[in-house]
Design a protein around this ligand. Sequence first.
Ligand SMILES: Cc1cc2nc3c(=O)[nH]c(=O)nc-3n(C[C@H](O)[C@H](O)[C@H](O)COP(=O)(O)OP(=O)(O)OC[C@H]3O[C@@H](n4cnc5c(N)ncnc54)[C@H](O)[C@@H]3O)c2cc1C
Length: 265
Amino acid sequence: MTLKIIVLIKQVPDIEKVRFDVETGRIDRSSAPAEINPFDLNALEAAAQIKEKVGGYIIALSMGPPQAVSSLKDAMARGADEAILLEDKKFAGADTWATSYTLAGAIKKIGEYDIILCGEKTVDGDTGQVGAEVAEQLSIPHVYYVSKIVDVSDKNIVVVSEMNDASYTIEATYPVLVSVTKDVNKPRLPTLKDKLRAMKSDVKVWHAADLEGIIDLNCVGYFGSPTNVHKVVIPQERFREGKIFRSVNEGLENILNVLVKKRLI
Ligand SMILES: Cc1cc2nc3c(=O)[nH]c(=O)nc-3n(C[C@H](O)[C@H](O)[C@H](O)COP(=O)(O)OP(=O)(O)OC[C@H]3O[C@@H](n4cnc5c(N)ncnc54)[C@H](O)[C@@H]3O)c2cc1C
């Protein structure tokens, strides 16, 4: 049996370089190159390892702007057999609910599948909600914060999930959504041959009309989003303040005063 694995990939800006537009409260995506969300690289690597162990067919799925094709080609260089981009002006400005609703619609269109893999969170939105919401939309179980894949067969998967300072070893039958942490593996680098092969491969692009009849198109994008970010504020950095005392006694006296004032002694 060949497992059908769907990997959710989000294209994000290089977070080390990106600038934030304080006026609009939005990330200025033109200020930094785009790449696959680092946690999604772990999800892809997990899919590649499962495929190597038991056989599989990997579909990379992303919702994003036309430029996200480059990240999906990168995903194909890293082991995906097929890649689908959900791209439409109607999808833009989606909150996490509308994002997961649209992704779930595309997964329904894909049809049968065994495992959906995603990252625990993204480095830009950073909500960590989309994976679980996709599972809920599809009415399938999900296992979050997976740091280790212990075993995988054509019938079930055994994983270690890290939650609330505890490790849970969980066995799940298919279909299941698994969200992974950075500890799950070390993503491999694609070879030049893989990159060249991926460059020549086609990324399928599905527009809103392709999901007609599967999802309600009034529930996608900005207008379908139940939440709306009104304001984003970047907290001012607070630095430690140092004070210099010229004698030990003066220093001790001041420390004692501070501790008494704060009712710590
Ligand atoms: C113009 C604009 C307006 C926005 N407005 C709002 C708003 O009003 N309210 C609001 O709540 N949010 C808003 N957002 C943020 C938006 O909700 C998130 O970008 C998106 O829902 C993904 O959430 P996240 O990045 O927190 O993903 P997480 O939940 O942190 O991601 C977890 C995992 O889910 C998968 N995943 C996430 N996103 C995608 C994707 N697009 N395609 C494929 N897989 C994915 C990845 O595997 C990822 O590792 C806006 C974004 C934009 C660009």
